[in-house]
Design a protein around this ligand. Sequence first.
Ligand code: SAH
Ligand code: F3S
Length: 500
Amino acid sequence: MGGGAKTVYLETMGCQMNVLDSELVLGQLRALGYEPTPKMTTADVVLINTCSVRDHAEQKVLSRLGALKKPKQKKPEMVIGVIGCMAERDPDGIFDKMPHVDLVCGPGELNKVPALIDEVRGRRTRAIALAQSLSRKSTPLQRALEFDSVEALDLARTPGPDQNVLQSYIRVQRGCDKFCTFCVVPFTRGPERSRPAAQIVAEAHMLADRGAREITLLGQTVNSYVQQENGRTVRFAELLERVGAVSGIERLRFVTSYPGDFTDDILYAMRDIPQVCEYLHIPAQSGSDPVLKRMRRQYSVSQYVELIDHARQIVPGIAIASDFIVGFCGETEEDHQRTMELIERCRFKNIFVFKYSPRPGTVADKRDADDVPEQVKRRRNLELLKLQERISQPANQALVGSTVEVLIEGFSKAALKAQEAEQSRGEEVGWRRSDQLVGRTRSDQIVVFSGEQKHIGALADVRIVDATALTLHGELIRMRDFAPASRAPRDRSLPILGAA
Ligand code: SAH
Ligand code: F3S
């Protein structure tokens, strides 16, 4: 097997849940002595954490895997693994199309990745771990046992010393029970299960101790979080309160909310708990009742609008983001117009628009024809985005002249690109005093401004001087703090940002 540390290349596609899963898998492998590498073609272990939500995402996975054929011929001991939703959805398809794949592992089994890698290494056989055993028909005891085994992954979380935990995710819920007719998630991630509140709070403490200032709670329908604790019921609003109270956590977010279960206590929590940001991601999917019905979304357009109005009344300054699917089965021009009206009415901060992609096994795929032509989907997609741009542009423009609180995340994309170019020309990047930084407001607006490397990780006041539909441009007015000094991580092995 050769000496020296094994290297692992891990690529993540898809949602925030996958980003967190990847972090946890990598943490597990690091603890076993693996070293992460950015070089896919020469790594000892290559893992692709996959997404199945649209066909396009799966095609991307296949092309990535295709690119590994030659490297694997050159280095036959390389272990190639497909993990996440596509592994769960179509393991046979993956092995058929990509015979050089060694292991597949579903999102509910990721604690087994190290064992699967060893199995491949030791016996040069394929290794498979899927949660198909965790069926909705399994007994409560079976479910509990399965839950514990995958729960171990989150429980064992220990961020590495070079890991940036400033903004961290915490899983509060696995799976989904909604079965929207277009969606593959309930099939790939299994039934909805909430994690124990005490464990979530303990994780927040651990992350805060290592320097986290912003936490995002993750769940497919995060607002329906519910858990029994010592004979009483803990709901989402209480969870927000308990995580918000963790010392060091200054910003608390949560995604994704499901409109059907959204109760007022959560809105009051957003208003009253200072750490909870005024930001809500709450997908509408369509502005037409017949379409919502075929999607089995369990709310009507007027209920959705009422909820948005109500949220704006209770939570001052709340920013709302939404998702829409265009070209769902049977969507008429009339339905599409209703969606345009809903967007016009709700004045979202931003929207994510997806062209409907039939997913094998879902109700919509079995029951309805995918009858909206591709070019119509494309046009409707553009129309929604154009409309949103017409809403976002003046809304952002109105912020010019105001001062906002920004958590500074790092160098802007442009600054990073310039730094890379300098490096590739062999110039010393060095300790540049000033550069373009990027941060976010509490309402999740992206702000770009000039600052210094040592400011990264800090909170600052930034005055907005210019705005596009997607980005605000500003100038630094005042630092609220310097991250490294005031929030020095307890663990001295952690690098201190900006220390030179
Ligand atoms: N509640 C989940 C939803 C997961 S899918 C969450 O955490 O966001 C994310 C978004 O993808 C959905 O809101 C929906 O707008 C879109 N989507 C899901 N299935 C789709 C499909 N078959 N075709 C196109 N878009 C889809
Ligand atoms: Fe998918 Fe609907 Fe659940 S979009 S994740 S089935 S709430």
